[in-house]
Design a protein around this ligand. Structure first.
Ligand SMILES: Cc1cc2nc3c(=O)[nH]c(=O)nc-3n(C[C@H](O)[C@H](O)[C@H](O)COP(=O)(O)OP(=O)(O)OC[C@H]3O[C@@H](n4cnc5c(N)ncnc54)[C@H](O)[C@@H]3O)c2cc1C
Ligand code: SF4
Length: 542
């Protein structure tokens, strides 16, 4: 049986950071990635942040990364558009964005992860390890009830003194090690996104940018019905990343498929104005995102296994700001350092508790804890007492100004992110009272869900469904039909459908168009795992 000192599962930002730090310290490190190339399975919004309150950002590992990495644009403009009907009130959220921000770049994971993985492979090779793609880890290798390595679906089991579970939100390692189950809907966000191609000069002109500048535009208000969350548009070099992120429980309550909610935003005059009749969609993608306030693992280790990044629920949403990649990087570095320290002291098995103790001291963990203790009460109070009076109070200009200030304040955004009140009520009232109607703009010819699925690239594993429905009744799995980002009651091509036979309605599942987001494992009753190796969906843009 092959043996490496450390095995890192997953070559996303968290796994790459752990592997770089381990290999740099001379630890023989093997990275296993299920995609055919790193990034092939990944999608993000997404802005990669460097924080001033930690030294463990990507530039700690690769100091000149921004001159070499395929980053898209540095974010220099950050605005929130509060929307009600055709009225829009634009708020400057730069203070929120700039809070503890050292640098920030829009990135596309297809390019970025590939570049980062090449750096990882180069470093790991120096210690006799490297990066192996197209290998899916199926679970921890156990001996006498202890994690001693990993099992895979294509190569022999591998032993290791340290296993880093960096396998993302849908982590099989974390579930099988007994650290977390799928949990319930309120522990998750669901992100859905399209990449729209646009020439660099067109972006510069339409968004008023130079090529070395980038913009983040957020959208909230009454356009998404009951869904709590909002939309984003980030400018890349010659494309736009446009998407929505909602609390998963509100997606299922809303009863409107995720792709439809995204289209509602794309069709709004605000976005049509920027797109100006031009719509060249390159890719549709979706993923679950852990809500760190509720999903953060309090014990992110089990024996020799340490969990980092989304696998450990280390995702922080401060109002519309989403920070997952940078926290994964910080945690990856800390996990690696904990192992290096524990080994130096002759107790490599102490890496898990050391990592957990260090993690608790990070600003991320402290801020998420703060939310858990007071945030839920604050938001409940706001919703109960604020909502009835606010329509009258907001008409008083200084009150409206005060509310705007709250929305741009990092600490307030952190403690009040969960309710309909903050995502829908407040922005809607600001737009109604202080917004101006956006002029009409040429309509867009959007892709249908069928066309979106048709444009994705799949390497299908015929006969080996990675999801098995354990109950086909409408009562149990019916909500998957609308919560799955590639299904819809009107579509004939998605994963979940409702069919009728013998006078009875039931749910049917076909995993061929599945984008492996993980949603149905939370909202339905399924046995869920990733497809083998590089099989299944493969993103080009991410
Ligand atoms: C729509 C959307 C918008 C977002 N916006 C932002 C943003 O603006 N800023 C931000 O910081 N974050 C954002 N996030 C969150 C961010 O993308 C995640 O927090 C981040 O990707 C987590 O990194 P990770 O390395 O932990 O996991 P991942 O990036 O998910 O990487 C996990 C890796 O493990 C591999 N893997 C999984 N299972 C296995 C297995 N069994 N065997 C082998 N390999 C495996 C996967 O293929 C993948 O490469 C957004 C997410 C979404 C969906
Ligand atoms: S079938 Fe499940 S995992 Fe696949 S896209 Fe639909 S909800 Fe996501």
């Amino acid at each position: 049986m092959e043996r490496f000192e450390a095995v890192v599962v997953g070559a996303g930002p968290a796994g790459a950071a752990a592997a770089l730090e381990l290999a740099r310290s001379g630890i023989q490190t093997l990275v296993l990635e299920r995609g055919k190339f790193a990034g092939q399975k990944n999608a993000t919004g997404g802005i990669l942040y460097g924080q001033t309150n930690t030294r463990y950002n990507l530039d700690y590992l690769i100091p000149d990364f921004h001159t070499r990495a395929p980053v898209e644009r540095a974010i220099t403009t950050y605005k929130m558009h509060a929307v009600s009907g055709d009225k829009v009130k634009t708020l400057d959220l730069e203070p929120l964005h700039d809070h503890n921000t050292k640098w920030s770049y829009a990135i596309l994971r297809g390019k970025f992860d590939r570049w980062l993985a090449a750096e990882v492979h180069k470093e790991c090779k120096k210690t006799g390890g490297g990066l192996l793609t197209d290998v899916r880890v199926t679970g921890p290798l156990m001996e006498d009830g202890k994690v001693v390595g990993v099992t895979t679906d294509s190569i022999d089991p591998i032993k290791a003194d340290l296993v880093v579970a960096a396998d993302g939100a849908t982590s099989e390692l974390v579930r099988q090690a007994g650290l977390r189950g799928w949990g319930t809907e309120e522990k998750w966000f669901q992100g859905v996104k399209v990449v729209v191609k646009m020439p660099e000069a067109g972006i510069n002109e339409r968004f008023g940018l130079r090529s070395d500048e980038g913009a983040a535009h957020l959208v909230a208000g009454d356009i998404f019905g009951k869904a709590r969350g909002g939309g984003f548009l980030y400018t890349n070099r010659d494309s736009l990343s446009i998407g929505t992120v909602f609390h998963l429980d509100s997606v299922t309550e809303n009863g409107r498929p995720p792709h439809e909610l995204l289209d509602t935003m794309l069709e709004h005059r605000l976005l049509r104005k920027w797109l100006g009749g031009y719509y060249d969609e390159a890719e549709y993608s979706a993923k679950l995102i852990p809500d760190g306030k509720k999903a953060l693992l309090t014990r992110p280790y089990s024996g020799n296994l340490v969990a980092v990044g989304d696998a450990a629920g280390q995702m922080q949403a401060a109002g519309p700001i989403i920070k997952g990649m940078n926290h994964g990087i910080t945690a990856g570095i800390l996990a690696a350092q904990a192992y290096i320290e524990a080994k130096k002291e002759g107790k490599p098995t102490a890496a898990g508790p050391t990592y957990a103790a260090w993690l608790k001291q990070t600003p991320m963990a402290k801020e998420l804890k703060k939310y858990r203790s007071i945030g839920a009460k604050v938001t409940a109070l706001q919703a109960t007492f604020g909502a009835p009076f606010l329509p009258f109070l907001i008409k008083i200009k200084p009150v409206a100004k005060f509310v705007e200030g709250l929305m741009g304040n990092y600490n307030k955004a952190l403690t009040a992110p969960d309710t309909r009140f903050t995502y829908v009520t407040l922005p809607t009232l600001l737009a109604k009272n202080y917004g101006t109607p956006v002029e009409d703009a040429p309509p867009l010819k959007l892709r249908s869900l069928d066309d979106r699925i048709g444009a994705l690239k799949y390497d299908t594993d015929i006969g080996k469904a990675h999801i098995e429905m354990l109950d086909d009744s409408i009562a149990v799995n019916g909500r998957c039909v609308t919560a799955c980002p590639v299904s819809s009651p009107d579509s004939s091509r998605g994963c979940y459908r409702i069919e009728k036979a013998g006078g009875k309605e039931f749910v049917v599942l076909d995993t061929q168009p599945c984008v492996e987001c993980g949603t149905c494992a939370v909202v339905g009753k399924t046995r869920w795992e990733h497809p083998a190796g590089g099989k299944g969906v493969g993103y080009e843009w991410g």
